[in-house]
Design a protein around this ligand. Structure first.
Ligand code: SAM
Length: 216
């Protein structure tokens, strides 16, 4: 998702209560930021935040951090937050590239990682930029708790097929997968739609989903 550059975005994010500025200083201390010991889940490539805001609303005993590379996109998530009737104390946002996540989260600090409709980077030479490449699984391995899992949704057939292969190449375990989430009675239970999921499923595209964890 690449929105037109919004010049005021960085200024707004600088002062917004949900946006973490000194992210490296929070490494290992996220419980202090949220002022509780609740589990921490992150979404990488959050976009405008619909999915994570809904999860935070449904699950007040879980802390959530949304990571988004572009300030103009993250601005939209903060605007959505500002429209809420009741503020959510269990969500924060970070504007950063996910290649840096090990600088922001200590080993085992994250209980789960969501990847939704990640950029496909279709050219082979860009494969390592895909958020489900084995290079990214190696980063997730560093920050995820032992029982933590990565959940990934997309409508992109090739990216999903690549991701299934990468789980194995990374030495992770495929916990489940479906090529048609919305018609899977069990896996679709409690599904929270993302912006892209709503858009592409309305066009008739099947939604693919996998979950992966470490082999113990
Ligand atoms: N997850 C949202 C959804 O499903 O509606 C947005 C999907 S959009 C296609 C992908 C988003 O991931 C974009 O907003 C993009 O800027 C962000 N993104 C892609 N690569 C990223 C990275 N390496 N670090 C942080 N954000 C990234």
């Amino acid at each position: 998702m690449r929105l037109r550059n919004i010049p005021r975005a960085e200024g707004v994010l600088e002062t917004h209560s949900t946006v973490i500025k000194d992210k490296e200083n929070c490494r290992g201390h996220w419980a202090d930021v949220f002022e509780n010991q609740n589990p921490l889940y992150i979404e990488i490539g959050m976009g405008k935040g619909q999915f994570l805001l809904e999860l935070a609303r449904r699950n007040p005993d879980i802390n959530y951090i949304g990571i988004e590379r572009y300030s103009s996109v993250l601005l939209r998530a903060t605007e959505k937050y500002d429209m809420l009737e009741t503020p959510l104390p269990n969500i924060r946002f970070i504007c950063m590239d996910a290649t840096e996540i090990e600088k922001v989260f200590a080993p085992g600090e994250v209980s789960g990682i969501y990847l939704n409709f990640s950029d496909p980077w279709p050219k082979k030479r860009h494969a390592r930029r895909r958020l489900t490449s084995k290079e990214f699984f190696a980063r997730y391995d560093k920050i995820l708790a032992p029982e933590g899992r990565v959940e990934f949704k997309t409508d992109n057939h090739d990216l999903f097929a690549f991701s299934l292969e990468q789980v194995e190449e990374a030495g992770w375990k495929l916990l489940y997968h479906t090529w048609d989430l919305h018609h899977d009675e069990i896996l679709n239970q409690g599904n929270v739609m993302t912006e892209y999921e709503a858009k592409f499923s309305a066009q008739g595209n099947p939604i693919h989903k996998l979950a992966a964890g470490r082999i113990h």
